[in-house]
Design a protein around this ligand. Sequence first.
Ligand SMILES: [Zn+2]
Length: 141
Amino acid sequence: MNYKSHLVFYFFLSSVIVSILCFYSGITHNILISLVVGGVYSLLPDCDSRNSKINKYSNRILLASLFVLLLLYIYIKDDNIIYVCMVLTLFLFFLQVVKHRGFLHSVTAMLVFTVPLLFVSLETAFFGMVGYGSHLLLDKI
Ligand SMILES: [Zn+2]
């Protein structure tokens, strides 16, 4: 499947879920952010494919983030910035050696990537999981 198929399937699923949420409980103000995060998460498993759309951008975004964080460290001197840089660097190396449809296409990876979204909100984590899960489901078909 290409990235357009994954995005269309994710937005179909999320529109059904948002419709149900609107009917029963209403939606909150950060639903739009959650939907966008879910859209990114619907593409995230294909970071391990050299030909995927998200792979082209993920390496650049990770390198740019490392550069900005290291510049930030020069001014702020907060050790947490170095820890984040170490995690990003490890992830960057991981992306270079991981096999396509390996770890990133597993339920474990879905949990590893969506649990940190709980620090943003439960809603964001939920739509992140819907996005990631929809990708896994569509790849199985
Ligand atoms: Zn895939």
